[in-house]
Design a protein around this ligand. Structure first.
Ligand SMILES: Cc1cc2nc3c(=O)[nH]c(=O)nc-3n(C[C@H](O)[C@H](O)[C@H](O)COP(=O)(O)OP(=O)(O)OC[C@H]3O[C@@H](n4cnc5c(N)ncnc54)[C@H](O)[C@@H]3O)c2cc1C
Length: 414
């Protein structure tokens, strides 16, 4: 089929790759001058499947930046959600974990098959500072083990063996350890996936803002080249299917088609700092991912840099993070890994994403002929991008998808 993908963030690029792998002729429209300049620019990029699936009271409280879509963004809905022990809520949490596991497998397979070299780190430690929280950590580990998640409980000494640079004076009762968790440089990953899809024939039209979509058996894309002499009303380009992966900006394209999706914008920020000079600097940074549930933030190693990302909050994106946004990130870095990074040379970034009330994405046919959706990944797009791309490709090809997609159907939101 000839398929158009709208938006070249991590989700759009992953979609283009999976569709190209299935032999489709893929055209990607991106309004920016390069790819992954939106929410995929400098997020944390951590994939810790079990965190998305833990029992709500403990799991969500602990994993703030990774799975905090609901508690902080929609207080009313979050309260209902937390109180909701219904089968539907439990199955949504299960789906969140399954998507992350499939995403992790996809990423690992793609990295090996394409021989990609992506900055990142493996293994995550969730720090438990107080002894009073230890029983809950044990309960979480046990409940995750029963569903096959590989997670270990470590003493404080055990945690320091995994992360030798941890501040020896920081209070620590122990940690949960996910040896298979992964964190990547999302922008670099997106660029590598783009190249992989181009090798399979995908074409990228940068500086092409899609203005409108026309549904039908041959749906059409009206794109306006923003960097050149493009004229409004340029000739529509027809395809066999159009997949919308334009995150929150999808709303402007879908509304005229009668598709109104009830999402909430969430935003968060990160700082990325290079190592200090000196032979020992390398020994002062984390080796893997460190989850700090009390502060709701994540620290991880990205090659010769360290990235700290904070909790997602409701509201529209900020252009530049304020000093009050980034101060807690630096404070946490100093607390866990004192003096390790060159904060004066750090880059601060703020990004935003749409999220739905059940914290799952909208994936599949939109209900309007020829228009498909892969959006609304909220705080979990790095973990889910590979999975939702593969599922969409399977569904488009009429195959039985690797996971039951019922709970991701966009119709659930209408
Ligand atoms: C601080 C922070 C930390 C995060 N940490 C994690 C984490 O640890 N783990 C995790 O799994 N996820 C994390 N996330 C979430 C994850 O980064 C996002 O869910 C993911 O990057 C979303 O990718 P996307 O492709 O859907 O959106 P985007 O990257 O925003 O891409 C959308 C693209 O569409 C383009 N576009 C929009 N409108 C048009 C149009 N009309 N025509 C053409 N192009 C258009 C945009 O220019 C953009 O390039 C984090 C997010 C933030 C902000």
């Amino acid at each position: 089929m000839q398929i158009a993908v709208i938006g070249a963030g991590l989700v759009g690029v992953s979609t283009a790759l999976e569709l190209s792998r299935d032999g489709h002729e893929v055209s990607v429209f991106e309004r920016g001058a390069s790819i992954a300049t939106g929410g995929s620019f400098a997020p944390h990029g951590a994939i810790v499947p079990g965190l998305l699936q833990g029992p709500p009271a403990w799991g969500l409280r602990l994993c703030g930046p990774l799975a905090s879509t609901l508690p902080v963004h929609w207080p009313g809905q979050w309260r209902r959600w937390r109180a909701d022990h219904s089968e539907r809520a439990a199955s949504a949490r299960m789906m969140a974990g399954d998507l992350a596991r499939l995403g992790l497998r996809q990423l690992t397979a793609t990295t090996e098959a394409e021989q990609l070299e992506i900055e990142g780190s493996r293994g995550a430690l969730m720090m438990v500072r107080r002894q009073a929280d230890w029983a809950r950590a044990q309960a979480l580990a046990e409940s995750l083990s029963t569903i096959g998640e590989r997670v270990e409980l470590l003493s404080a000494d055990g945690a320091r063996l995994i992360e030798p640079a941890l501040n020896g004076e920081a209070a620590l009762a122990g940690a949960l350890h996910w040896p298979l968790a992964l964190s990547t440089n999302c922008r670099q990953l997106a660029q590598s996936l783009k190249s992989a899809s181009q090798r399979l024939g995908a074409r990228y039209f940068l500086l092409n803002a899609v203005q409108a979509l026309r549904p039908g058996t041959r749906p059409a894309v009206f794109a306006l080249p923003t960097g050149g002499d493009g004229l409004p009303g340029a000739a529509p380009q027809e395809f066999d299917a159009v997949v919308v992966c334009a995150a929150a900006d999808s709303a402007a394209l879908l509304r005229p088609l009668g598709i109104r999706l009830p999402w909430q914008a969430i935003h968060s920020c990160s700082v990325t700092a290079p190592l200090r000079d000196g032979d020992e600097a390398d020994q002062q940074l984390p080796r893997g991912i460190l989850l700090d549930p009390d502060r709701h933030l994540v620290i991880s190693r990205l090659g010769q840099r360290v990235r700290v990302a904070g909790r997602a909050r409701p509201g529209p994106p900020r252009q530049v993070p304020s000093s009050s946004d980034v101060a807690p990130l630096y404070a946490a870095l100093d607390d866990w890994f004192p003096g390790a990074a060159r904060q004066a040379r750090a880059q601060a970034w703020a990004g935003a994403q749409p999220a739905f009330a059940d914290a799952l994405p909208a994936l599949g046919p939109s209900g309007v002929p020829g228009i498909w959706l892969n959006l609304g990944h909220g705080a979990h797009g790095a973990a889910w991008a590979g999975a939702t791309a593969r599922l969409l490709a399977e569904r488009l090809a009429g195959k039985t998808p690797s996971l039951d997609m019922t709970s991701l159907d966009p119709q659930r939101l209408r």
